[in-house]
Ligand binder design. Sequence first.
Ligand code: APR
Length: 231
Amino acid sequence: MNIVVLTGAGISAESGISTFRDNDGLWKKYDAMRLASIDGFQEEPEAVLEFYNARRKQLLAVQPNHAHDALAELENEHDVTIITQNVDDLHERAGSTNVVHLHGELSKVTSSREREDDNCIKQYPLDLPIRLGDKAADGSQLRPYIVWFGENLRYMDEAIKLVGNADVFAVVGTSLVVYPAAGLVRSAQQKALKFLVDPSDMKGRLPIDFMHIKAKATEGVDLLIDKIKKL
Ligand code: APR
C-alpha cells in the first residue's frame, strides 16, 4: 500500500523538542515574526542566527522516539513517504528513507541571496554556529536552510502529488493552522483512508473524513499501524 504521513512538531515533542503553539510552545516564548521571518532576518540577522544556532545545537541532545521508529519500520511492509513540516532530522535518524521537508532542515545552511540554489545548500555541523560574516558559496551571508514566514515552499507541488496518490494518508502532530502545508488535507483522494493522530481535541480543526486517533504520537502511531494492519 502507498502510505503518506504528514508530520508536525507534535511527533518530536516526546523527544524533547518544543512544539510551537502549545502552552509551552516556542511561539509563546519567542516572537515568530522577529526570529522566523525573512523580514526579521533582514532587520536583526544576529538575533535570528542566535535563535537557530541554539535550535541546531539542541538537535545533538535529542533522539528519535518510538513514533519516528515505528514509521520507519513500516517501510518493511509498505511504501511509506513522510512529508514533514519539522526541520529536525529525527525521521531520517530513525531510518525513514523517503522524507520530504517542507520547511527546511536545521542540519543544512544556504545562501541568503538564493535560498534554493543547490550549489549553496550544504550540510553544516550542528555545533558550529552560523555567524554574521560567514559566506555561502555565492558570497552572500550564510543562513540556515529554513523556510521562514513570508517565503515560498520548494516542495509543495511534489507534496500535493504524493498525497494525491496515497491509499492511506495520516496526519501526526500538527495543529493544521499553517498554510500551505495544512491545505494538504484536501489533496487526498476521496477513496483514501485518512487518519489524524493528536492528543488535543482538534476542536474546529479536524478535517472531514479523517478518523481522529486522540493520543500522543508514541501511542497513536501504534494504534494507526494496528488499523493499517487490519486493512
Ligand atoms: N504527540 C502528538 N501530537 C502532539 C503531541 C504529542 N506528544 N504534543 C502536542 N501535539 C500536537 C498539538 O496538540 C498540536 O496540534 O502537535 C500539534 C503541534 O502544533 P504546532 O505547535 O502548531 O506545530 P506545527 O503544526 O508543526 O506547526 C506548523 O508552524 O511555526 C511554524 O514552521 C513552523 O513547521 C511549523 C509550522
